[in-house]
Design a protein. Sequence first.
Length: 154
Amino acid sequence: MIAASYGNVYVAQVSIGGNAGHTIKAMREAESYHGVSLIIAYAHCIAHGVNMTTGFTHQKEAVQSGFWPLFRYDPRRAHAGQHPFQLDSRKPKISFTDFAMREARFAMLTRSNPAHAEELFALAQRDIDDQWHYYEQMAGVERDVVDEMQEVES
């Protein structure tokens, strides 16, 4: 968001396992942008205790939980009278706890200090919810409209 705040930097947050098509689209847009481009990609890691054979599934869950929302900020859209920020993820449909418990680093916290883990997971979920709302505002998305669209798609 710091890079996007300059107004002349193409920024995208991607996850190839979360949405390969979105990743390719963002890379093409970044490459075609005549200026600075920044792509931030989610990568699973064996150090997180993720089974590397199911890494793409884990990436998809990161997106579905809202922990790693997919977006693009393209300054060219502002010049065309459109919102430069595009929120490309759907509204989170799994909790942060459900996502986090698939990683050993978070599961260990739950085993060693369950009460503190529960408190931290609740704080993380609140942060995710607040960030999601902020991204919706930046994208000019009406919450009721998005909820209705997702119900129709389901």
